[in-house]
Design a protein around this ligand. Structure first.
Ligand SMILES: C[S@@+](CC[C@H](N)C(=O)[O-])C[C@H]1O[C@@H](n2cnc3c(N)ncnc32)[C@H](O)[C@@H]1O
Ligand SMILES: [Mg+2]
Length: 229
């Protein structure tokens, strides 16, 4: 199972392909917010970070290597086991937990950074989920949410292109109707007391076979928000 999540040409290929872009974005955004040097060996040292919906740990592990104290949480036990098995092999310390955002909130846990990557388009009630996750952000802390936009372009690229033509993802991975417009991500964050401070598109360039940050939020995008200190 660990091999499936961590196989760059396997079922989770798209996550691997855009991993460098999102990791750099998270590192740089966190360094700016917390006054850290992104070139330091462990720039996120001492910061407590939650990776909610961590899956196989494709983000938790590299972020823990940057020095953050990482809790990787996922509602699927199988994924948590996969992630923990991989981290045990590579010797990276991540606190993987089979739990939910609601349970973490009920336990009164808070974090400097809450990552919410490619999860909201899979949950039953995204607004309630986003509000709960926002509640886990400490004063002065931040969250990064990454998801897919509910546009015709996203239907063409993320569903028809990625699932049917290129077969990057198994058919049925995504339901277009569950994609979220940026304002649908921002509304629950702001009603939970956060301030949105950055919005980015993440776009694929087929000629270079490469993902990069862009201004185009029509397909994949990320939103960063903080809780005032
Ligand atoms: C597409 S994967 C994304 C994995 C990882 N965040 C990444 O981007 O590499 C979505 C993950 O969210 C988890 N998930 C879905 N709903 C959840 C919830 N309510 N709470 C926690 N995890 C959830 C799923 O089990 C799955 O592992
Ligand atoms: Mg997804």
């Amino acid at each position: 199972m660990a091999d499936e999540w961590w196989d760059p040409r396997g079922k989770f290929r798209p996550l691997h392909k855009f991993n460098p872009v999102r990791l750099a974005y998270i590192r740089d955004t966190a360094c700016r917010a917390f006054g850290r040097d992104p070139k330091a060996p462990e720039p996120l040292k001492g910061l407590r970070l939650l990776d909610i919906g961590c899956g196989g740990g494709l983000v938790s592990e590299p972020i823990a290597r940057l020095g953050a104290e990482v809790v990787g949480a996922d509602a699927a036990e199988r994924n948590v086991k996969t992630a923990a098995a991989h981290a045990a092999r590579t010797g990276v310390a991540v606190d993987y937990r089979h739990t939910t955002a609601e349970a973490l909130a009920a336990a009164g846990e808070t974090f400097d950074i809450v990552l919410n990557l490619e999860v909201v388009e899979h949950v039953e009630n995204p607004a309630a989920f986003l509000e709960t996750c926002a509640g886990l952000v400490r004063p002065g802390g931040l969250t990064v949410v990454a998801t897919l936009n509910r546009t015709t372009k996203a239907f063409a690229l993320a569903i028809v292109g990625a699932e049917y033509v290129l077969r990057w993802l198994p058919r049925g991975t995504h339901e277009w109707s569950k994609f979220l417009k940026p304002e649908e991500v921002e509304r629950p964050l702001t009603s939970a007391g956060l301030e949105v401070f950055d919005r980015r598109g993440v776009s694929f360039n087929p000629l270079l076979d490469e993902w990069r940050l862009s201004k185009d939020m029509a397909v994949n995008y990320m939103i960063a928000a903080r809780r005032p200190a």
